[in-house]
Design a protein around this ligand. Structure first.
Ligand code: ADP
Ligand code: ADP
Ligand code: ZN
Length: 215
């Protein structure tokens, strides 16, 4: 199964991606996680990406496309993959199409997790993440069992620097201007599926499982 997860920041892509990747045994590829790992390791890619991310802007397409192509070229992606946070621009979507085409592959579905704007701010400002394994929690909607510690690996949870109210607003504008057009892009290819992302985490996952079962 080759899946793209679409949706605004805070829609629950990362949360659902972990569940889907366990269920279907496919690698979860999050461009945000790749950039954050590079930032914490202070690699040249991390140093370049940091300025954009801290301001809620997108990392330039050429850099982003290259890291995704490198990742998709690895052996574990042959059976399938789940892209979370990529593509985010029409240019990225076109590059992905041509990369997969030239390898005789194609996307099965682009799954939109639909969450209206009024839900987003509370989800984002209450988000806490694990810097080690990338797991995402919420102080109200999905607290960890031990306060402040990751259930999966025990690391101390942190708040992302870009999850402040001001940066979230900027990221939502970036989403509306640059990423939202991809909904039409995949619909034109008859690849779009949608789930309502406003229910609780289990309900959304149930809806996703139903959709993926029918793809
Ligand atoms: P994204 O990867 O789309 O930015 P996340 O999966 O990190 O989103 O989720 C954003 C925040 O909302 C996190 O704090 C997460 O725990 C919480 N969250 C995810 N799904 C739901 C849901 N269905 N209902 C309420 N909160 C959710
Ligand atoms: P969220 O789903 O909460 O918006 P991500 O972890 O997916 O967060 O992305 C965090 C930041 O990483 C983005 O605001 C952007 O700066 C950068 N980023 C992630 N994916 C991409 C991409 N495909 N293209 C450009 N920038 C990206
Ligand atoms: Zn962890």
């Amino acid at each position: 199964m080759k899946i793209i997860l679409l949706g605004p920041p805070g829609a629950g892509k990362g949360t659902q991606a972990k569940l889907i990747s366990d269920e279907y045994s496919i690698p979860h590829i999050s461009t945000g996680d790749i950039f954050r790992k590079n930032i914490s390791e202070k690699t040249p890619l991390g140093i370049e990406a940091k300025g954009y991310m801290d301001n809620g802007q997108l990392v330039p397409d050429d850099v982003t496309i290259r890291i995704v192509e490198d990742r998709l070229s690895m052996d574990d992606c042959k059976i399938g993959f789940l892209l979370d946070g990529f593509p985010r621009t029409t240019k990225q979507a076109e590059a992905l199409d041509s990369f997969l085409n030239s390898n005789g592959q194609k996307i099965d579905t682009a799954l939109l997790i639909d969450v209206p704007r009024e839900f987003i701010l509370e989800r984002m400002t209450g988000r806490r993440v694990c810097p080690t394994c990338g797991a995402s929690y919420h102080i109200k909607f999905n607290p960890s069992k031990n306060e402040g510690k990751c259930d999966a690996c025990g690391s101390s949870l942190i708040q992302r620097k870009d999850d402040t109210e001001e940066t979230v607003k900027e990221r939502l504008d970036v989403y509306d201007n640059q990423t939202q057009p991809l909904i039409q892009y995949f619909d034109n290819q008859n690849k779009l599926s949608r789930v309502d992302g406003t229910g609780d985490i289990k309900e959304v996952f149930q809806d996703i499982s139903n959709v993926l079962g029918a793809v």
